[in-house]
Design a protein around this ligand. Structure first.
Ligand SMILES: [Ca+2]
Ligand SMILES: [Ca+2]
Length: 249
């Protein structure tokens, strides 16, 4: 009797396993993702920067662009950085100057990386550049079950801050298939630890005021969630990352 029961249980388990296997997407899926600057104009203007629209950063009414972004499809941990460790020179270039060009080749040879790219031309524009409030980048890639997405874009008018997910990246597949919709909640504002923070929107060593790339006091720190004397907008008030579509490639 006991043997029959065990056999019966195993039979059920085997059937369940088959069902799961048949539902698990093994073919490549084509994802299209939107990265939008959703900052909006607050009620009060300021004399600091007479441009619109704006967002409140540290109580000041400033524009808050986002830089060209790097995206990477990977297995395992987010290959852009490790919290608590020093940033790579390539990440420093993105975080301080909004320059993604070093990260792409650096990531191509990193462990667990499936594909990588940069997006620098806003939708509706023919010229490369950052996205101001209301601006949007869009990019596409192929992925298979188990793959994750990590993205990084500079929070401009800072010394070395950037939005990215944490160590896990963004899971592209759930139990029922590809993930769709808003995944912004998985992004956080990080400090690269490479340049000493000045007041956002004011510091003379911040883009776009700095004299040139890689200008500013060296920090010699590690990558960590921003935690300084200033206040920053809620992530969801600044950036929106959404999976627009995911289908057969
Ligand atoms: Ca810093
Ligand atoms: Ca700088």
């Amino acid at each position: 009797m006991r043997r029959v029961q065990i056999a019966s249980i195993l039979g059920i388990v085997a059937v369940v396993a088959l069902v799961i296997a048949s539902c698990t997407p093994t073919a490549s899926t084509r994802f299209t993702v939107s990265l939008e600057n959703v900052s909006t104009a607050p009620a009060q203007a300021t004399e600091l920067l007479d441009v619109t629209p704006r967002i409140l950063v540290d109580g000041q009414d400033i524009t808050s662009p986002l830089s060209p972004a790097v995206w990477v499809v990977h297995t395992g941990a987010n290959p852009l950085f490790t919290s608590g460790q020093a940033a790579s020179d390539a990440l420093e270039a993105l975080a301080e100057d909004g320059d993604p060009s070093l990260l792409v080749p650096a990531l191509q040879t990193a462990a667990g990386v499936k594909s990588v790219g940069a997006v620098n031309t806003p939708e509706g524009s023919s010229a490369a550049g950052p996205i101001g409030p209301g601006g949007r980048y869009q990019f596409s890639f192929n992925a298979v079950a188990g793959d994750r997405l990590s993205v990084a874009t500079m929070f401009v008018q800072s010394n070395d801050l950037f939005y990215a997910p944490g160590a896990n990246g963004i899971q592209l597949f759930g139990e029922s298939g590809p993930v769709l919709g808003d995944v912004t909640s998985q992004l956080q504002l990080w400090d690269a630890g490479t340049e000493v923070n000045q007041r956002p929107g004011v510091g003379e060593d911040q883009a776009p005021r700095q004299a040139g790339p890689n200008t500013g006091a060296a920090e010699g720190g590690t990558v960590r969630l921003v935690n300084d004397a200033y206040t920053y907008p809620d992530t969801a008030d600044q950036i929106e990352l959404s999976v627009l579509s995911a289908g057969a490639s």
